[in-house]
Design a protein around this ligand. Structure first.
Ligand code: BG6
Length: 511
């Protein structure tokens, strides 16, 4: 199909970026996977872009008995590929420290307090601290309570309350009750304005672009409703399996791991009403309002609107991969879903009766995350005299990853005397236009936290509404001992998932 590529002058871009405030970041679980894979490289990227304050320092906290020097060496190895100028790397590494201790031991927090006071003085940091929970969620309460009792959370301190922040990684609970319980524990020790619940999808450049696209252009919003939109498909397909996270994943499954958070988050951004301004609470209010309009799933007939699957052995990119039950840490009788597809409705004036089809799965054919908005067909084809009765509908695709961009398909005449219609794609690709891939989501989120901007973080009520949507279903499945269908690894889709959308006369988009 022909492609039309737009050109945008870089001079026309309007950019504002605020560098992070001076601060000390204290990461619990600093020898863990997240720090290695995301946090250090994101902080280093901010540093190289001069978005990290000169007064920034980092304290890794963990159980390992290692010195600052040993930890710095580990960080240096992690950053080896990103490090182009040795002197810059050395400077960055010199801001890194390590403290070891037991998360349940109050004396650990005393040592942190002493270290923080010392480094604040040395770096001229005025009480700005970010505590980052990157530990298994069952340890969250003990850390939060200790931060509180050691006086580090500063909820009651008028001068410091806005300077001390807590970043909490997902999962925020396993169901509605545990999410509420966790929120209660956190909010006893921190004010909501201090709490930054991370859903890294919201930090993805193209996810944020949903808001820009919808609300910085006048031409899309008038058609963004049930009059013009036939349906919306949201896909997060992954070719990866569960890697080495069997212990966590088997207790979670696709609903808890992806659907309750990333998928509902994207749904709320694509469907919410225009906020009054790009201000954290204005945006978060609209998100929550939208989530509250999602029609609760019909539990008596859930299988009409929901399909679950679990991958069996298959092939990805020509290579054999094992089935879910053969993954490390998974039992032979596991019924955990690695795929879910659901049809959802939003009961409000804008969306009543427009189906939203959501699907996410592991070990699918390829990694694709996108939101496809399918418009209605033209009301009448004036080209039927040429035998063209069925005109393809326009589809707008917000491509979240891996080829970040936006695509709009529309019909046009092919050159020549005959009446031939062709589908063209207007394609905007981040990498082509900006010569680089979109930045890592954590860069955005860490920087926002340093500047005290909660817009892209999840508020307490948001988490709870999302859980209230899926918890009844999870409970029903537990009582009914739901068993997912099986699909071979590496597939685009499978018959039961296809039926969900085909019953409505529609098709999943190709991955
Ligand atoms: C995480 C899930 O939140 O998101 C993982 O726990 C999943 O299971 C990951 O693989 C996907 O993130 P991304 O950014 O690679 O799409």
């Amino acid at each position: 199909m022909p492609e039309i590529t737009p050109s945008i002058s870089k001079n026309e871009l309007i950019c504002t970026e605020t560098p992070g405030d001076p601060c000390g970041m204290i990461v619990f679980g600093a020898s863990g996977d997240l720090t290695k894979r995301k946090l250090l490289s994101s902080l280093f990227a901010l540093y190289t872009q001069e978005l990290l304050s000169e007064k920034f320092y980092f304290i890794g906290c963990g159980r390992k008995d290692i010195s600052d020097g040993e930890y710095r060496k580990t960080c240096q190895d992690i950053l080896a590929e990103d490090c182009k100028e040795p002197s810059r790397c050395e400077d960055f590494l010199s801001r890194i420290y390590f403290i070891n201790g037991d998360y349940g031991d109050p004396s650990f927090y005393k040592s942190i307090k002493i270290k923080v006071a010392d480094l604040d003085k040395k770096n001229n940091v005025d009480g700005n601290h970010i505590f980052y929970l990157s530990v298994p969620p069952q340890i969250y309460p003990v850390i939060v309570q200790n931060l509180c009792s050691s006086g580090l959370s500063c909820k009651e301190n008028k001068d410091l309350v806005q300077k001390v922040r807590l970043i909490v990684e997902k999962p925020f609970g396993r169901n509605l009750n545990s999410a509420k319980e966790l929120n209660n524990i956190i909010l006893r020790c921190f004010d909501e304005s201090q709490v930054y619940r991370i859903d890294h999808y919201l930090g993805k450049e193209t996810v944020q672009n949903i808001l820009m696209f919808r609300f910085a252009n006048a031409i899309f919003e008038p058609v963004w409703n049930l009059q013009y939109i036939d349906h919306v498909q949201i896909t997060i397909a992954e070719s990866l399996g569960i890697e080495h996270r069997g212990g966590y994943y088997d207790q979670s499954g696709a609903v808890r791991d992806m659907f309750q958070n990333h998928m509902l988050g994207m749904l709320s951004l694509v469907a919410m009403e225009p906020p009054a301004s790009f201000e954290a609470n204005h945006i978060r209010n609209e998100k929550v309002k939208l989530l509250e309009c999602i029609r609760p799933l019909d539990l008596d007939a859930w299988s009409r609107n929901i399909v679950t699957g679990q991958y069996a052995a298959g092939q990805i990119d020509g290579k054999d991969v094992c089935g879910y039950k053969d993954e490390e840490g998974i039992t032979e009788d596991s019924t955990t879903e690695t795929f879910i597809a659901a049809k959802m409705y939003i009961d409000n004036w804008r969306w009543k009766s427009v189906p939203f089809y959501l699907r996410t799965g592991k070990r699918m054919k390829k990694k694709v995350t996108e939101i496809a908005v399918s418009f209605k067909n033209v009301p009448h084809s004036m080209f039927s005299c040429f035998g063209i009765d069925e005109l393809p509908a326009n589809v707008l695709i917000l491509k979240i990853q891996p080829n970040e961009g936006i695509e709009l398909s529309f019909q046009a005449k092919r050159p020549g005397s005959k009446m031939c219609i062709s589908t063209l794609r207007m394609n905007f690709n981040y990498a082509d236009l900006f010569g680089t891939r979109a930045p890592e989501a954590y860069q955005r989120l860490l920087l926002d936290c340093m500047t005290g901007d909660q817009t892209l973080f999840i508020r307490q009520d948001d988490v709870e509404v999302c859980w209230s949507l899926v918890t009844p279903l999870l409970e029903k499945w537990k009582t009914e001992k739901m068993t997912p269908f099986t699909y071979p690894a590496g597939v685009e889709s499978f018959s039961q998932a296809d039926a969900l959308i085909q019953n409505d006369g529609k098709k999943w988009r190709k991955l």
